[in-house]
Design a protein around this ligand. Sequence first.
Ligand code: HSE
Length: 369
Amino acid sequence: MITRRFVLIVQGVVIFHMPTETQTLRLALIGFGTVGQGLAEILHNSAAMLAAQHNFRAAIVAVSDLLKGALYHPDGLDIAPLLEAGRAGKLAQYPEQPGLVRGLDALATIQQSNADTIIEVSYTDLKTGEPALSHVRAAFDAGKNVIVTNKGPVALAYKELAARAALKGLYFGYEGTVMSGTPALRLARTALAGCAISEVRGIFNGTTNYILTRMESGATYTDALAEAQRMGYAEADPTGDVEGFDAAGKVVIVANVILGTSLRMDDVDRTGITALTPADIDAARAAGERWKLVARARRTPEGITASVKPERLPRSDPLAAVGGVTNAITYETDMLGAVTLVGPGAGRRETGFAILSDLLELAKLRTEG
Ligand code: HSE
């Protein structure tokens, strides 16, 4: 396991080359639902490739889930039986072994385990951010890196949390909060760095995009929503999707993280899709347009404004071509004009991958020192 090569050069000749070992990241998962299990599967299935190609190693030392129970072993949990117990919804089924601790709650897991990185994948609450917000603060207080896919803490307290992380030299990863593993934020943070971005617009909610796509083919709103729920895309309470709260949380994240502003959820001019009728859909089609629930944040002379509302887009707009549960983001830049990224916005493997992409960034930063 090589992190750095120490090279001694004497008069231009390399005479000494000493590899050192990388540390294995020790992860604690707060929440073990779809996303947590998706990450565990990826780490399990891709361990050899990640080690060989990226020199990356991680162990899950703890899992704490409000409903399924909790496990902690300082040397790491065995992922295969952990996944089996997770699928059964009962971490109590995980086999007994010396040194195994059961039943630690989320805060105890964050504070008492030997994890160096906390993966916060509990449920999202966009009103209070809790309990995830307290988990993230506790993790930084305990000197631990944090990766979230939970939108609440980032939508409500990005500046505060980023400052806490920076103060202690800790990593704060949140790629999965917008468009899951599709690198919507990383695209702007890395590849588009150096461009001035004047506007970001996107389709950030798969459920509503699915409903609108199905309504174009003649399905009723109610049937299309039921289908989206069956596919597991809709939030537990689909009001968050259809009234635009989920997309509003994501546009606040993009505005604050990428455009560097300090918007709150209430600052978003928000309208959902519930008032759209089949006649509206037909009228747009007749005009060569499509209704999309567009999330938009733009720089104006008065500052950055944000909205989430149904908009009729010409079919020539790349966002108009995005159908079903797929998401998309367009960055309006000075150097390149419009740059659009299209990809999944949710899912077990897709959101698990978002965490992996943050973990790889964290491991790289640690290696580079
Ligand atoms: N309910 C969300 C959607 C899931 O439909 O896009 C991802 O945040």
